[in-house]
Ligand binder design. Structure first.
Ligand code: ADP
Length: 385
């Protein structure tokens, strides 16, 4: 299908934000009868070179969002750090916006997410929300749980920024004081994590729903570094993960991709957090599943039938490429059998997610091959023992 000749009959899907998720949506949009329009904040955004149309605008500006919504048939998001009131108003004015502001709110505000989901019986760690820093409240929570609290900013954090997991009460207190200057503070009991699992659920605007199999995620310093299918855990535990994710999808009413991150303990499965958009834990689906999370996200917001989520291989591993001091060698990475390399086209910066590698195969050598390729590309992330 030629996009040049059929533009007028194609659905125009707008994506707010020009990061790597919008870029990967643009890649998958090539197989779909739609025109992908991205509103980014910088001409150098990751998605700028691959989107069918790219314009500049701020996700915080009601004016820019309204203008952009007027140019497309439906609107979705690369990230959730947007003006929720403006997004709400767009839906009210008849624009098709997915997910809605009510759904995005769960991802934007960790305190709202915990409070609302816990009230509905979807439990995470024991928690407390502090409107601002208060020594007594902090001490009471630490005393009741008899642990050093995990401290989280209510909003604005990502990849472990805005989260502190520490053994030092003083460090946790100082971090909470700092977070409290610009955000509500979420205190959580530290969970003794046996494994971290993520489930991607996709719900179409017509109500159809599919899910990908649960995957094992590994984090270092709060940042996801590796995702593997199969998760290699007891099927009953994985079934529990899938059931919780399905319930979260019901409660948050998320149209499009919803990522549900869970902690598996020696006795239980508890919710970590949710993201109401395509997610790092689903990047493996580009080569590793019959339909990628990006294509299914676009199908869902367009109201089209959802694609098959069955894995293409018995084993799939994705490893992130995180910037170190200098870039690595793509040729060496390409020499690793089966390595699919994704470069987000971002400028090299230490600590920044710059791309990822996926390897699919018949055995668990996919894990070491994915790491070899990511290391050849110069990732600073280290494989978790
Ligand atoms: P982000 O939104 O930045 O991804 P998360 O809330 O998912 O942050 O936390 C990042 C990581 O920190 C988690 O994947 C987990 O490894 C660790 N973590 C978060 N909360 C807890 C907790 N209550 N107990 C133990 N570890 C935690």
């Amino acid at each position: 299908m030629s996009k040049d000749t059929e533009l007028t009959t194609q659905l125009r899907v707008g994506v707010v934000g020009g990061g790597q998720l919008a870029r990967m949506m643009a890649e998958s949009a090539r197989n779909l009868p739609l025109t992908l329009c991205v509103m980014g904040s910088d001409p150098g955004d990751s998605a700028a070179e691959l989107a069918d149309e790219f314009s500049l605008g701020s996700p915080h500006s009601a004016h820019d969002l309204t203008l952009f919504a007027g140019e497309v048939d439906c609107l979705t998001f690369d990230h959730e750090l947007v003006n929720l009131d403006a997004v709400h108003a767009l839906t009210h004015d008849g624009h098709h916006v997915y997910p809605t502001a009510d759904s995005l709110r769960f991802a934007v505000h960790k305190a709202y997410q915990r409070t609302t989901l816990a009230a509905l019986g979807i439990l995470g760690p024991a928690f407390a929300v502090l409107e601002k820093f208060d020594d007594d409240e902090f001490d009471i929570f630490a005393a009741v749980t008899e642990r050093v609290p995990v401290v989280k900013a209510d909003h604005g954090g990502y990849d472990g920024r805005g989260v502190l997991v520490s053994d030092s009460l003083d460090e946790a207190r100082i971090f909470a004081q700092r977070v409290g200057t610009s955000s509500q503070i979420l205190l959580e009991e530290p969970v003794d994590i046996v494994a971290e699992v993520a489930v991607i659920v996709v719900t179409s605007r017509n109500g159809e729903r599919v899910a990908y199999p649960p995957v094992l995620t590994r984090q270092v310093d709060g940042m996801c570094v590796e995702v593997s299918y199969p998760a290699g855990l007891d099927p009953a535990i994985l079934n529990e993960c899938a059931l919780i994710a399905d319930r979260v999808a019901d409660v948050t009413g998320t149209v499009g991709v919803l990522a549900v991150e869970l902690f598996v303990t020696s006795t239980d499965v508890v919710l970590n957090e949710v993201a109401t958009r395509p997610h790092n834990s689903g990047h493996w689906t580009i080569e590793g599943a019959a339909t990628s999370q990006f294509e299914n996200h676009l199908r869902a917001v367009a109201g089209w039938p959802l694609g098959d989520t069955t894995p293409t291989s018995a084993f799939v591993t994705m490893v992130n490429v995180v910037g170190s001091e200098r870039p690595g060698d793509p040729h060496a990475a390409l020499a690793i059998p089966g390595a699919h390399i994704h470069d987000y086209g971002k400028s090299w910066r230490p600590g920044r997610k710059l791309g990822h590698v996926t390897v699919c195969g018949d055995d668990d050598s996919v894990v070491s091959r994915a790491w070899m390729a990511a290391e050849a590309l110069g990732t600073s992330a280290r494989r978790k023992p």
